[in-house]
Design a protein. Structure first.
Length: 119
């Protein structure tokens, strides 16, 4: 959870090795299937040219918003609630390791508690 929309999204360092090219191809194909090929064309072009930093900066914020939940605990709960309907049988939350959680992993229980309904 973060207090503002995507703090650090433009500054986070990505570390991909050349061995991850098949994973990158998979994600590129998946986002193409989702209809995001044109929206992510600049990202893919920069990545193919070896400009990882440029590719990272070219990811549109609306794409990030579609992939990640961020904000206050209340905002995160509202975003999670959108997935709750009869066709969804399970929700798997990945809590990205924020600097605070890296420094003190015991904070994770509080984060998860704040995300549960009724927080």
């Amino acid at each position: 959870m973060t207090s503002s929309r995507w703090p650090g999204a433009r500054t986070r360092k990505w570390s991909w090795s050349s061995s991850s090219s098949s994973a990158l191809r998979t994600y590129k194909n998946f986002h193409g299937w989702l209809g995001r090929s044109e929206e992510l064309a600049a990202v893919h072009a920069r990545w193919a040219a070896g400009d990882v930093e440029g590719a990272r900066r070219a990811v549109p914020l609306d794409v990030l918003d579609g992939l990640w939940i961020s904000g206050s605990p209340e905002a995160c709960r509202e975003q999670i609630a959108r997935f709750l309907h009869p066709a969804v049988t399970a929700i798997n939350l990945y809590v990205a390791p924020s600097p605070e959680l890296v420094r003190d992993p015991s904070l994770l229980a509080g984060v998860l508690g704040a995300l549960r309904p009724g927080g």
